[in-house]
Design a protein around this ligand. Structure first.
Ligand code: FES
Length: 101
């Protein structure tokens, strides 16, 4: 990948102004899946960049994941299976409705 990626995937890591990742998504394990997500992107050859973020203001439904420029928002992304389904849908140009916000 070089230059601007086709997809930008944001994963809430609950960072607060203090710099600490203490919010709901982080407590629910959002960052535990970052290595898996990065691995899947490589395996699938997706032109996607992953960023962990501050609170995305949907804490009760966390962990939250957003895909741009599609503007797809996903809730309760807490397993490798869900990540697989979300990336399958992305590759097909679709939305994984079951987890969509
Ligand atoms: S901590 Fe993730 S949306 Fe608020």
């Amino acid at each position: 990948m070089s230059g601007k990626p086709t997809h930008h995937i944001l994963v809430c890591a609950s960072f607060r102004a203090s710099g600490q990742a203490k919010g709901v998504c982080n407590r629910k394990g959002s960052t535990d899946f970052l290595p898996y997500l990065e691995g899947e992107i490589l395996d699938r050859g997706l032109d996607a960049l992953v960023s962990s973020t501050g609170c995305l203001k949907e804490c009760k439904k966390g962990p939250i994941m957003i895909i741009y420029p599609e503007n797809q928002w996903y809730a309760e992304v807490d397993s490798e299976d869900k990540i697989d389904e979300i990336l399958d849908a992305l590759e097909d140009g679709e939305v994984a409705e079951e987890y969509a916000l």
